[in-house]
Design a binder for this molecule. Structure first.
Ligand code: R5P
Length: 267
């Protein structure tokens, strides 16, 4: 367990930059993640771990050099459904072990029509994964109800996730985030959510989350939907692992983006 956790949260900084590329499991070929191998390959040198499904792992990630894998093991709905909370467990712990995953990830939908089901999904997964020393990352999902992302709700969802045995929790940054951190006894990583207006907004969000106690990010669209994803990732790394300010991150972004060429078809 400790070995796997150390593959995700860097022991020297106690922080992590996870790249989330699991969106296809309910969103299909999301913009700029249509061909995961093309999106992921240039970003691999700059990530601490990758969060994805077994299908994308199989198709888009080389066996070497190795990158720690956080395997999404919940799903069962699509964006066409009115209620995204009706998830089950899609991948066994045995397969996660076979794929040498560093952790498994599952969404819970607190306050949703399938709250009970998804919380039992988490509990059952934790019981099974703990047997093999595999950490479970719980995602406090809100489905289409993005307005749910306030401190009161997220503190509730994160605490429940930890109480049921999650070793890591992925949530959203929000006003009053310190209260979410204070109520959750395990490391929290933050998602980015839908793409923000500017890269500076992303650096601000990341910096605030880190300063207020997050252990890092598990971010997707705000990195790979950007015109300069590797520059974004390198700037975010500086905030997460070296406490760079949003302004310093902006300077790093501007320096590194000049070296980054994105295929014209993807701009
Ligand atoms: C959503 O359920 C997925 O787990 C994503 O990995 C998560 O939302 C993080 O990605 P983003 O930063 O794009 O929100």
């Amino acid at each position: 367990m400790q070995n796997r956790l150390a593959r995700i949260v860097r022991p020297d900084t106690r922080r992590t930059v996870m790249l989330a590329v699991d969106h296809g499991y309910f969103m299909g070929p999301t913009t700029r993640l249509e061909a995961p191998v093309t999106t992921i390959a240039p970003l691999l040198p700059f990530v601490d771990s990758l969060m994805l499904t077994r299908g994308v792992l199989r198709q888009a990630v080389p066996a070497a050099p190795t990158v720690p894998i956080v395997l999404r093991v919940s799903g069962g709905t699509s964006i066409l459904a009115s209620d995204l909370s009706n998830e089950g467990v899609t991948t066994t712990v045995k397969e996660a072990l076979r794929l040498n995953a560093a952790a498994v990830a599952l969404s819970i939908f607190v306050g949703s029509p399938h709250e009970h089901q998804t919380l039992l999904n988490l509990s059952t997964l934790v019981s099974e994964a703990e047997e093999y020393g595999v950490p479970v990352l719980a995602v406090t999902a809100v489905g289409k109800e993005l307005e749910k992302r306030d401190a009161r709700y997220l503190a509730l969802a994160c605490r429940i996730a930890a109480e049921l045995g999650a070793r890591l929790v992925k949530t959203y940054y929000c006003d009053g985030f310190e209260a979410v951190v204070a109520g959750c006894p395990v490391p929290l990583v933050v998602a980015g959510g839908p793409k923000l207006a500017t890269e500076q907004d992303v650096f601000e969000l990341t910096s605030r989350a880190i300063r207020q106690g997050a252990a890092g990010v598990d971010m997707g669209r705000n990195i790979w939907q950007h015109d300069y994803p590797t520059a974004m990732l390198q700037a975010i790394r500086q905030i997460v692992h070296h406490d760079a300010s949003p302004h310093e991150a902006g300077e790093i972004f501007n320096q590194t983006r000049t070296q980054e060429m994105r295929p014209a078809a993807m701009r």
